[in-house]
Write a protein that binds this ligand. Structure first.
Ligand SMILES: [Zn+2]
Length: 227
């Protein structure tokens, strides 16, 4: 079950209800293996126009984490983001490896597997748009892993890249293979599944001082973009 965040906690944290979409009802239990309909998405190989979807996805994850933190304010300093991989069984190994890669690369946020109270979910299937991070109509974040694309490109890199969006990183398709968020930009021969030092510091900075700081930074980025 998802916990709703008390309004008093939101006010105290100076958070905007509108930006967080807290007026929306929580997503229903997803028992079907089908991914929710994407209202916007950020692909593994695509255009920078998808930057807004990246931010929406990151906000959805932050919102979910914030709700749990509010319910348990005595939580540890490092933020734990819980993912549900049960709807993407084909990619269980790559998802676990992605979490391992990120957990060994950054210190201010941790990815942890779990089926109840997950902050986001992985789904698998066939989609001509390829793999992407998105939000459903209820403001919940999810990652979709496309079968064909994961055969063409290195599957662990695809999964670690999409997971990078969870931690707040935008796409940068023009970057080199050493950059994880360059995604499909360097082509299918690129197998690097690790973030570079710039990407690691960016995530650590984003999540420094816990979720409130990450949320505040995400909101500032939103204001700048005029959304
Ligand atoms: Zn991407």
């Amino acid at each position: 079950m998802r916990l709703r965040m008390p309004l008093s906690v939101l006010s105290a944290a100076g958070l905007s209800l509108t930006a967080l979409g807290l007026g929306a009802a929580p997503a229903g239990a997803a028992e079907a293996p089908l991914a929710p309909a994407a209202d916007s998405y950020a692909a593994y190989a695509g255009s920078s126009e998808e930057a807004a979807a990246n931010r929406a996805f990151f906000e959805a994850v932050l919102k979910s984490v914030a709700e749990k933190r509010a319910a348990d304010p005595t939580g540890a300093a490092a933020v734990t983001v819980v993912y549900n991989a049960s709807q993407a069984p084909t990619f269980a190994t790559q998802i676990a490896r992605s979490a391992q890669i990120w957990n060994s690369s950054v210190s201010n946020v941790r990815l942890q597997a779990g089926t109840s109270g997950a902050d986001f979910s992985y789904y698998e299937g066939n989609d001509s748009r390829g793999s992407y991070a998105s939000t459903d109509g209820h403001g919940s974040g999810y990652i979709f892993l496309d079968y064909a694309q994961n055969r063409t490109y290195n599957s662990t890199r695809v999964t670690a890249h999409e997971t990078g969006h969870v931690l707040g990183l935008p796409d940068h398709y023009s970057g080199p293979c050493s950059e994880l968020m360059s995604g499909g930009g360097p082509g299918p021969s690129c197998t690097n599944a690790y973030p570079n030092s710039t990407e690691r510091s960016r995530v650590n900075q984003l999540w420094a001082n816990g979720f409130a700081a990450a949320l505040d930074k995400a909101e500032k980025a939103l204001e700048k973009s005029g959304r």
